[in-house]
Design a protein around this ligand. Structure first.
Ligand code: A2P
Length: 284
């Protein structure tokens, strides 16, 4: 049976644990530290942060303390951060990465992502901005300070601006929740060998109220959150649930001991838009 430590291969040969712990909106220093520490204690081995979350330092302190306590090695833990959308372009991306490394004080990151693409909607030179950002990302990758590079919130037309460059993104982290599968982007990524990660996999909690999902939870004897995470995993999407509640952190990790039938997968696929955020990459 898979566990939180089970890894899958990325397109550059690096491997990544199949479910991660998201830290968006956990800004408070003590909360960020204690919830990451809790997640690690409960077996999570994949932690996702970003410069924008303003918690890189506390997240990283929790990881370093966990390692110092002899509970894991650095290699056991997969750490992601991201460059924010005000820092796009070659020079700014390099500088943003240095700032992240200063904050986190780790020898290397496992994954560094471009948090949002540049878009025609707010940048006349958006294609070149994406290419220049990606040029900096490739340089960071080639320096050995990150094991893999990728993007976030890129739709196929954004990916097309960089897909011909030397390094293909290993990951695209996009919003996925019931009613918002983003199938076109998922299919594009899977065709190109790009792993899709899901942010807001539970629709910020809203998806938990959906009647069909509640019905399926009773049918499988699982929680609604577990049904949703399982649906994402069976779509080969890597979910990054976040919670500061210890019992929920545990609950969200117990998704490897059951399987949704293909009829139930289809029924969830057909849920109309429900709990998605409404934030897209082509809005200023
Ligand atoms: P909390 O952090 O208070 O436990 P998403 O990952 O889609 O952004 O959703 C995060 C939200 O969902 C948070 O408000 C979190 O609350 C809540 N949440 C996370 N896991 C669960 C769960 N297993 N059951 C109910 N609510 C959850």
């Amino acid at each position: 049976m898979d566990t939180l430590a089970t890894r899958i291969k990325l397109n550059n040969g690096t491997s990544i644990p199949i479910l991660g712990y998201g830290t968006y909106k956990i800004k408070d220093a003590a909360d960020a530290y204690s919830s990451v520490k809790k997640a690690l204690d409960l077996g999570y081995r994949h932690i996702d942060t970003a410069a924008f979350y303003e918690n890189e330092k506390y997240v990283s302190n929790a990881i370093k303390d966990f390692i110092a306590e002899g509970k894991a090695t650095r290699e056991d833990i997969f750490v992601t951060s991201k460059v924010w959308k005000t820092e796009l372009g070659y020079d700014k991306t390099l500088a943003a990465f240095e700032k992240t490394m200063d904050e986190m004080q780790l020898d290397y990151l496992d994954l560094y992502l471009v948090h949002w693409p540049s878009s025609y909607a707010f940048d006349d030179d958006w294609k070149n901005t994406n290419r220049n950002t990606w040029k900096a990302m490739m340089e960071i990758y080639k320096s050995g300070q990150v094991k893999a590079i990728g993007v976030s919130n890129f739709l196929p037309h954004h990916l097309e601006t960089i897909i011909d460059m030397d390094v293909i993104p290993a990951v695209d982290q996009i919003e996925v929740n019931p009613g918002f599968l983003q199938k076109e982007t998922v299919d594009y990524c899977h065709e190109k060998g790009i792993l899709v990660e899901a942010w807001s996999p539970l629709g910020r909690g809203k998806s938990l109220e959906h009647p069909l999902l509640q019905e399926l939870a009773s049918k499988y004897g699982k929680s609604v959150a577990q049904i949703i995470l399982r649906w994402e995993i069976q779509h080969d999407i890597l979910p990054l649930p976040k919670s500061v509640t210890p019992s929920r952190i545990v609950e969200n990790s117990e998704v490897f001991d059951f399987e949704l039938s293909s009829d139930d997968m289809t029924a969830i696929d057909e849920i109309p838009p429900y709990g998605n955020s409404g934030h897209g990459p082509d809005e200023a």
